[in-house]
Design a protein around this ligand. Structure first.
Ligand code: ATP
Length: 354
């Protein structure tokens, strides 16, 4: 197991900066997600941690030792790729044994360790089958087996489930998380799928254009997004953004939206001018008592809940409400927002004031 500490890590490819100075710490045994849209620099960050790419500057500490310039082979880590890199002409046992045999581990020990890994992954019955004829899921398990068998300090995974279809992907995600809980090794996992990150991760780093936008537990990131980008990227449907001209002081507890006072949590910073009120769809309520009104544009039935799209004086929003409520397209309804969960964003990058 290992603690991994990243300090001011940066990567340039010629004139292009793929990763801007990034800092975060991955605690021993954590399942840690690097999340962001395509091209945001998550794979480059992972490859630097794994020793497959040299940093332009900054430091990587594994268990207190600076390893930034050390090759992958000297970092005692295992990398699991998206495409299962197996040896097609060998059977499952041989594929899993290979890393140990090439390290010169005695044959009897190899046998015991491969069988132990096969038990963990529940692939005992296919150990003597050629990998060529295996299903995608079994191939992925074998690839994992080959990584686990070395008992590395940490696992690095780059979209390992990316090649699987949606249903099977969910099943494998659960398996991977359960596997992590059984063996407890620090795992760093790259994904562009926010749901996967929320479901699997102990902690998440959200990246955009090479910048770490936020770093924390899934619930922290969902409830208190540090930037508008994070608020928009996490959650489905995403957070609503109501634009307004106004102000809020340090310690302020409300904003004025189209002449209506809306209570918000105490503000840590003050700002004025063009501001944005962030409201999660599930925190919008319909209330006859409210004079802040929206017109129902569309409804989408989702079983126990429905998503209602409304136009308001401050732009279009979506509300997630119970399907038991009757809503008609074209009608005007009073709207209330749950004041404990609102966020206000300001500035060019849309940083959270609360
Ligand atoms: P994806 O999910 O698409 O792989 P990512 O977030 O993992 O995206 P990276 O692969 O880290 O992103 O790439 C970040 C940026 O750096 C991209 O714009 C990419 O084109 C660029 N890049 C990556 N590797 C190189 C390289 N070897 N030379 C030049 N540019 C590179």
């Amino acid at each position: 197991m290992a603690q991994i500490k990243i300090q001011n890590l940066r990567k340039e490819f010629g004139a292009f900066t793929a990763v801007q100075s990034s800092s975060f710490t991955i605690e021993d045994g954590e399942f840690f997600m690097l999340l962001g849209p395509s091209g945001c620099g998550k794979t480059t960050t992972l490859r630097m941690m794994a020793g497959l790419e040299l940093p332009s500057s900054g430091e990587i500490h594994i268990d207190g030792e600076e390893v930034g310039m050390k090759p992958a082979s000297q970092r005692d880590i295992a990398f699991v790729f998206q495409m299962f890199a197996l040896y097609p002409h060998m059977n499952v046992r041989r594929n899993i044994s290979y890393p140990l045999l090439s390290q010169g581990v005695p044959k009897a020990e190899v046998r015991t360790r491969v069988e132990e890994v096969a038990r963990i992954l529940r692939i005992e019955d296919i150990l003597d089958k050629p990998v060529g004829g295996l299903s995608g899921g079994d191939r992925q398990r074998v690839a994992l087996g080959r990584a686990i068998v070395r008992r590395p300090k940490a696992f690095f995974m780059d979209e390992p489930l990316g090649a699987l279809d949606a249903e099977f992907r969910e099943h494998m995600a659960e398996e991977l998380r359960a596997l992590h809980d059984r063996i407890g090794a620090t795992t760093v996992y790259v994904t562009h799928d926010q749901l996967e990150a929320m479901q699997m991760g102990d902690k998440i780093v959200v990246m955009n254009h090479g910048v770490v936008e936020q770093f924390g537990q899934p619930q922290q990131i969902y409830d208190w997004p540090a930037t508008r980008f994070v608020a928009d990227f996490i959650g489905s449907p995403p957070m609503n953004f109501l634009e307004f001209e106004g102000m809020i002081g340090i310690g302020g507890d409300h904003v004025v939206l189209d002449g209506h006072r809306v209570a918000v949590p105490v503000s840590r910073q003050g700002a004025e001018g063009r501001l944005t009120l962030g409201v999660r769809p599930e925190h919008v309520r319909f209330s006859d008592a409210s004079t802040y009104r929206g017109k129902v544009l569309a409804t989408e039935y989702l079983g126990t809940t429905q998503i209602v799209t409304l136009s308001t004086p401050n732009g279009k929003i979506k509300a997630r409400i119970s399907s038991a409520e009757t809503v008609r397209e074209g009608e005007t309804v009073g709207l209330e927002f749950d004041g404990r969960t609102l966020t206000v964003f300001a500035g060019e990058r849309g940083h959270a004031l609360i």
